[in-house]
Every structure is written in structure tokens, then in C-alpha cells.
Ligand binder design. Structure first.
Ligand code: UD1
Ligand code: UDP
Length: 380
């Protein structure tokens, strides 16, 4: 029996974990236990996904909650280390680049437990981003690196992580696997269920193609009054033409109050075509991403899902890890510049683009489990 500990904590990780848990159901020789750090804790940031996506309830919940990076990451590291000391695991599965990922990597690697990093090799080349720091540390501490795209493999090669002769954990070398993207697995699996069972458009009284979906949560945008104001100004301009659906991450809800000038905030809240919502469920966001005319986002996951569903995206950042979206002309980097955002929206809303399958074949989870199985059965 192979025993894996999956560490999750933030919304996108909970969603990604659904793909592996689903594939594990067909493998009685593998057992998964789930550890939720508690980084995200509001029902609509966590519990809703377990229910909607059929993810098993966590075996451990550290209840760490919010806090400064150091405090939050330290509490998680202590909690994960205690679990790994109390119960033997053959490997720790980590997703993405949050503080929960970093804590899992540090706790496991220092105890000599192999780290399996899903979504390895992504780089923004913006070292000030907390996520860039987290993903680089995690990749360098990992035994198996599951790259979603060829670009991610190339990034890992440049850092010397491919074909690494280094004997790392358990006497085995480090390995890079081009697995495809578990988010694409989920998009393909859940889209039919979402489209047949979710009434968000009826509730908002919106017709397909008559609105844009916007999400904002990166500190670089929410924490700067200038940048947040520029993005909101652009959304208000777009709202003169199409409805704007804006589900608010809790960070953003708080910072809109603190960082927007009162007049702009009043305009946003009162605009008849702006729908300010709490975070929506995964099925709801799938419908919104599919049926929007354009998506505007600083989220890594949302820009990619928009691509999966053939919706063009204005990326509210200077750079993206998912360069394939820009290269295929399905997305434009507009930063937090109001003029550039509106121009990109105008350009993309009628652009005819191809959306080639660049993120795998919707079987990344199976490929990941095969590789973990083979790795752990290797003789050291
Ligand atoms: C985190 C990740 C980010 C990821 C995002 C996904 C890090 C450093 N950042 O950012 O990479 O893109 O999750 O959503 O790990 N809050 C609540 N309720 C919650 C969760 C958060 O009110 O359930 C509020 C708190 O005020 C908190 C703030 O949101 O301080 C930020 O939460 P935090 O987990 O620190 O970072 P995110 O911005 O969510
Ligand atoms: N998401 C969701 N509800 C929302 C906004 C996003 O379910 O209101 C999902 C989205 O479909 C994607 C994931 O959350 O799968 C992305 O998470 P987020 O934008 O918080 O973080 P990032 O991907 O940037 O790390």
C-alpha cells in the first residue's frame, strides 16, 4: 500500500485536489489522506468545493487561518511536521505556489519524505511575488516535479532540475514529468455537470455573451489604491456596454473599502450593470467563464479556465506564468492600466482566436499517479 499525504489550504488547491482524489478512487493500492492547513476557511472559499466536487473531508485540519506570511507559514510548517512525525507517509503531494505549498515542502523535505509537486516549473520571473518565492523553493525541494506544460519543463531545465543526478530523498534521483494540467482534467470533467445544473445566469438575469467576468485578488492590485482604482475605473467604463460580474475574494472585499476613493466605490456599488457577488462556487464560475464575452482577471486559475472554455482574457498583471495564452493571442497583458484594460477588452471581444489543447489531454491525474507509483517502487 502506498500512503500519500495531500496538503491543501487555499481555494485553487482544494479545486485541483479533486482531480487526484477522483483518480485515486480507482487505485485501491494507494491511500490518500488530506491535510487542510486552514489557510482559506470561509465556507465559500473552502467547504463549498468539498461538497460540490465530491472531495473527501480532510483527515487533518490545522485551522491556521490568516496572518502575516511568516506567522502563517510557520504555523502550517509546525502542524504538517507534527502529522508527518505521527504517521508514516510515502510522499507528500503539493499543489501550486501558496504558503500552504511552501510549508508542506519545507516540513516534508526536512524529514526526508519525498515531495511530489503538481504544477511545477511555473515562473513569472517576478521574484517579489510571494508565489514565485514559494514555487521556486518547493520545486527545488521536490522529488517528482509534475509540469503542466512544456514551458514549465523548460523552466525547470534552466534551473538544473531536469535529469538531476542528485540523490535526494530515499536515495532516488529527482524526476520531471510532463503530466498535463489537473485543472484541465477538472474543466473537462465538471463542465457538463455545471452547465446542466447551475442557474447563476438566470439568477443574475443575464444572457450568454452579454457580460464580462472579472476577478481580482493579487496583493499587487488590491493593496495599491492607484492600481485598484485604475482597474475599477476600467470596469466601470466596460459596464457602459456590457454587464460586469465581479465575485469578490475576501481580500478584495476588504481592500475595496480601504483603498478605493469613496466616490469611485459608490459608483461601483450603485452601477446597475455591475454585479458585486461573494465568491461563487466552482460550478458557477465555470458557467460564468464559459458564457462571458471576455474575462478580466489577475488569477492564474481563472485565466487558464477561460482559455479552456474558449473565452478571451484580459490579464490584469504585467506578466503571466501561462505564456501559452498570450502566444496563442487568446489573452492580453494589460497590467492595472485603465486605458490598456479597456483597449484590450475592445480588441479581444471580437477577436477570432483558436484555443488549441495546450494543457494536456484531461488525464493528468492518472499520469501523475502512474509516475508516483513507479517512483516509489524503484529500488534505491
Ligand atoms: C492566497 C495565495 C495566492 C492564491 C490565493 C488564491 C499565498 C501567499 N497567497 O492568497 O497565491 O492565488 O490564495 O485565492 O499563499 N480571507 C478571508 N477568508 C478566507 C481566506 C482569506 O477573509 O477564507 C482574507 C483575510 O483577510 C486574509 C486575506 O483574505 O488576510 C488574504 O488571505 P491569504 O490566504 O493570506 O492570501 P490570499 O490573498 O487568499
Ligand atoms: N474560483 C471559484 N470562485 C470564484 C473565483 C474563482 O470557484 O469566485 C475558482 C476558479 O474557477 C479557479 C480557482 O478558483 O479554479 C482560482 O483560484 P484563485 O483565483 O483564488 O487563485 P489563483 O488561481 O490565482 O491562485
Amino acid at each position: 500500500m502506498i500512503k500519500l499525504l495531500t496538503v491543501i489550504g487555499a481555494r485553487p488547491q482544494i479545486i485541483k485536489a479533486a482531480a487526484l482524489s477522483r483518480a485515486l478512487a480507482a487505485r485501491p493500492e494507494m491511500e490518500e489522506k488530506i491535510l487542510h492547513t486552514g489557510q482559506h476557511y470561509d465556507a465559500e472559499m473552502s467547504e463549498v468545493f468539498f461538497r460540490e466536487l465530491g472531495i473527501p473531508a480532510p483527515d487533518y485540519n490545522l485551522g491556521v487561518g490568516s496572518g502575516p506570511h511568516g506567522v502563517q507559514t510557520a504555523k502550517m510548517t509546525v502542524g504538517i511536521e507534527q502529522v508527518l512525525q505521527a504517521e508514516p507517509f510515502d510522499g507528500v503531494v503539493l499543489y501550486g505556489d501558496t504558503n500552504s505549498t511552501l510549508a508542506g515542502a519545507v516540513a516534508a523535505a526536512k524529514l526526508g519524505v519525498p515531495v511530489f509537486h503538481i504544477e511545477a516549473g511555473l515562473r513569472s520571473f517576478a521574484m517579489a511575488m510571494p508565489e514565485e518565492q514559494n514555487r521556486i523553493v518547493c520545486d527545488h525541494l521536490s522529488s517528482l516535479l509534475f509540469a503542466p506544460t512544456q514551458t514549465a519543463v523548460d523552466n525547470l531545465r534552466r534551473e538544473g532540475l531536469c535529469d538531476s543526478p542528485a540523490v535526494f530523498t530515499g536515495g532516488r534521483g529527482r524526476r520531471v514529468v510532463l503530466s498535463g494540467d489537473v485543472m484541465y482534467d477538472n474543466a473537462r470533467y465538471f463542465a457538463p455537470l455545471a452547465l446542466s445544473g447551475c442557474d447563476i445566469l438566470q439568477r443574475l438575469q443575464l444572457e450568454p455573451g452579454t457580460f464580462v467576468l472579472a476577478t481580482i485578488h493579487r496583493p499587487v492590485n488590491t493593496d495599491s489604491p492607484e492600481r485598484l482604482s485604475a482597474i475599477v475605473a476600467a470596469l466601470l467604463e466596460i459596464a457602459e456596454e456590457l454587464a460586469v460580474v465581479l465575485p469578490l475574494h475576501p481580500r478584495t472585499r476588504k481592500l475595496l473599502e480601504r483603498n478605493l476613493p469613496p466616490q469611485l466605490r459608490a459608483q461601483l456599488e450603485a452601477h446597475p450593470r455591475v454585479h458585486l457577488l461573494p465568491p461563487v462556487s466552482f460550478f458557477e464560475v465555470i458557467v460564468l467563464e464559459q458564457q462571458a464575452r471576455v474575462v478580466l482577471t489577475d488569477s492564474g486559475g481563472v485565466q487558464k479556465e477561460a482559455f479552456f472554455y474558449g473565452t478571451p482574457t484580459v490579464i490584469l498583471r504585467r506578466e503571466t506564468e501561462w505564456v501559452e495564452i498570450i502566444e496563442s493571442r487568446a489573452g492580453v497583458l494589460a497590467d492595472a492600466d485603465a486605458v490598456a484594460i479597456v483597449r484590450a477588452y475592445e480588441d479581444l471581444k471580437d477577436r477570432s482566436v483558436a484555443f488549441p489543447p495546450l494543457f494536456g489531454d484531461a488525464h493528468a491525474a492518472e499520469r501523475i499517479l502512474d509516475a508516483i507509483d513507479a517512483y516509489l517502487k524503484e529500488k534505491c
